[in-house]
Design a protein around this ligand. Structure first.
Ligand code: ADP
Ligand code: MG
Length: 275
């Protein structure tokens, strides 16, 4: 029996859906430009990345200070901030600036102007502060720096810098104006999200994961869920929260031994059963 129907792949379906929404050909060009920039970062992702195990024993402030030098080069520059600077940027971590909260601690909206940190482009940021009474700590904070400090991709949130002072651990990210996918989906009194937007988010998040899995030194993300998918003003999805991430197997190795990690309700049952 001959089959004359044209094969429709997920990718072509998404393109059809998103092109249905294009107001002009410039939006289609944007799609091509994004693919180009993804190809560039894929090439860029082949440099020798530092693994979490290389640095997980370092907790001396000098070793941590050195990280911003060894990880942040060129456009990847990582800034080290003082707690005082972050206090000022977030209006003393005021409640009204709070953007969300997860297992690591609260996240606040902040603003850096040229006076507060000379050399840093004036911008709105998100500041995540470790909850000192919580279950997470130095390891999760360091994991975010090691992974997001070295990996750059249009579908990963950008880490701008960090703060390490006494027991305080903070992380500073680019601000994502539409917050998390979870907030978008479960916000009260908002119109249902169109399917084309849902597909754009799903594709963006999948591209972020594919980049991590396809890197020279692959990364296992381990906490893929709606509250960890952040949205830019145009609904570009970016993966955030690398606290549970882990270096994947390399070369001949096919698996890594590991403790079960993730969030209940999101992790696959067959994975949980391997515990
Ligand atoms: N860069 C950001 N821009 C805007 N909101 C953010 C940003 N980072 C985090 N948030 C908000 O804070 C919540 C918790 O952040 P997340 O990084 O997942 O922290 P945790 O490690 O504690 O789970 C997110 O679900 C989101 O609502
Ligand atoms: Mg989270």
């Amino acid at each position: 029996m001959s089959n004359n129907t044209k094969k429709i792949t997920w990718k072509s379906m998404i393109l059809i859906l998103s092109c249905g929404n294009c107001k002009s050909s410039s939006e289609c060009n944007l799609e091509e430009e994004e693919e180009e920039s993804e190809k560039k970062v894929l090439k860029q992702g082949s440099f020798q990345r530092l693994c979490l195990s290389d640095v997980s024993n370092s907790s001396s402030s000098q070793a941590i200070e050195d990280l911003s030098v060894s990880l942040g080069a060129g456009s990847n520059k990582l800034y080290t901030f003082t707690l005082e600077e972050l206090r000022e940027a977030t209006n003393n971590f005021t409640w009204s600036n709070m953007l969300g909260e997860g297992g690591f601690g609260p996240v606040y909206k902040g603003f850096f102007d040229d006076k507060l940190r000379h050399g840093l482009k004036p911008q709105t940021v998100a500041v995540k502060r470790l909850d000192l009474d919580g279950l997470q700590g130095h390891r999760e904070w360091l994991a975010e720096i090691i992974f997001l400090g070295q990996l750059r991709h249009p579908h990963l949130v950008k880490l701008i810098g960090y703060c390490y002072e006494d027991e305080n651990r903070l992380l500073v990210y680019e601000y994502m104006p539409r917050g998390s996918l979870e907030n978008q989906l479960f916000r009260r009194y908002s119109a249902a999200m169109p399917w084309s937007t849902r597909m754009k988010i799903a594709l963006g998040a999948a591209k972020g994961l594919a980049f991590l899995h396809g890197a020279d030194k692959p990364v296992i993300y381990r906490d893929f869920k709606a509250s960890n998918i952040l949205l830019d003003s145009d609904f570009t999805a970016k993966l955030s929260d690398f606290g549970l991430a882990k270096d994947g197997p390399e070369g001949e190795d096919t698996h890594v031994t590991t403790r079960i990690m993730g969030t209940q309700g999101y992790a696959a049952p067959e994975y949980i059963m391997t515990d």
